[in-house]
Design a protein around this ligand. Sequence first.
Ligand code: PMP
Length: 449
Amino acid sequence: MRDINFLTETNAKPIWHPMAHPAEMRANPPKIIMKGEGVTVTDIDGNSVLDAVGGLWNVNLGYSCDPIKKAIADQLSALPYYSGFRGTSTGPSIELAYELSEWFEPEGMVRTFFTSGGSDSVETALRLARQYWKIRGQGDRTKFLAVKKGYHGTHFGGASVNGNANFRRNYEPLLPGVFHIPAPWTFRNPFDETDPARLAKLCAKALEDEIAFQGGDTIAAFIMEPVLGAGGVIVPHESFMPLVRDICDRHEILLIADEVVTGFGRSGAWSGSRLSGVKPDFMTIAKAITSGYFPLGATLIGARVADAFEADKTSFGSIGHGYTYSGHPVGCAAGLAALAETKRLRLDENAAARGNELATVLEGLKARHAIVGDVRYKGLMAALELVSDRATKKPADKKTMAVVSEAAYEAGVMLRVSGNNIILSPPLIISAADVAKIGEALDAGLSKV
Ligand code: PMP
């Protein structure tokens, strides 16, 4: 391994970083993270900070989960890889799929299709949704409906259902036949509606209206995040997802719940769908399935879709889709260990309890700092939306966001900036003292601007 000077000098030169401008990264190279322990990470200069980002919404168990590390090491020595394509399978993949159908039994999930991450999981759900309708003899059902501000990864299908122009414009033209409804976002919406329940109804009506316009029998599926994450932690009113489920049922449209962030406790429940008692037709999961220790994702499949595929007598039933790493044995071994620890530590309950404390902290910051236009939270996913003027809601500029996050870093807490939002998604194992520390660092950052 080369020395530290080499890393510092070469930082951002041979790499193009995701979600960044290559020239900007060269001018302002990223922090090089060298170590992780508990909920703390340490950079190349020796600064240790509380990771309020949780890696990227994924390191729910923190950085010192020995059972996952051991499971990975053991599986690496037993069998580092074998394919899950037809003809072969592996022990950990069979076991993890079995566990997942138990874990998500309340959501009605009965089958698992393994992937390498969230974008793959979304792509898989979109493709299987179309295939489902071919099996059912309704091949005209090809369109997808989605929510503005939604984030569904970066493959072409996922980018097409994505609801944020930043992830779409440079890659157009995207998939044809994809249409978006307004997000149930009280702070900014086309109806100027600030009441969450009334806004949920208006957005559901917009969905119904779009279905009438397109023709229900042309639509394969509707995709949504139960709590919108990357779009700025937009928390729909609890009535929204049940309203959506009801509309989808009336038009026989499949419902895909993108639970890549909300799966495994982050929202304070084991899934976002469970928060409102909804049973989707597909769930996409990734991230916390291995707590970030190994790249893995899955598309979970409900009974209605599973039955159609498994009883298929047409020429459409064979799944012509899959990844070299579908069911990777090391990933699945990591997943089994991560799920066992997640359950043992009741991380859903800790996310809900620490989330309540975090909510109080964030409301306090909003009361003290005029630059905080809005705070949004559910469990341990939260956002502070910064504005230069509360009356006009003009978003804070890039420089302001950087000043806040750098000051917080100096105060010992890593934050993530996305547009004019500060996003918080700490490990779900954090303590009350950690929540207080996040609050103090945010206060320090916000006091600088
Ligand atoms: N869906 C959602 C809801 C996500 O938040 C993300 C990633 N943040 C993805 C899909 C894509 O996952 P990945 O980055 O693992 O491909």
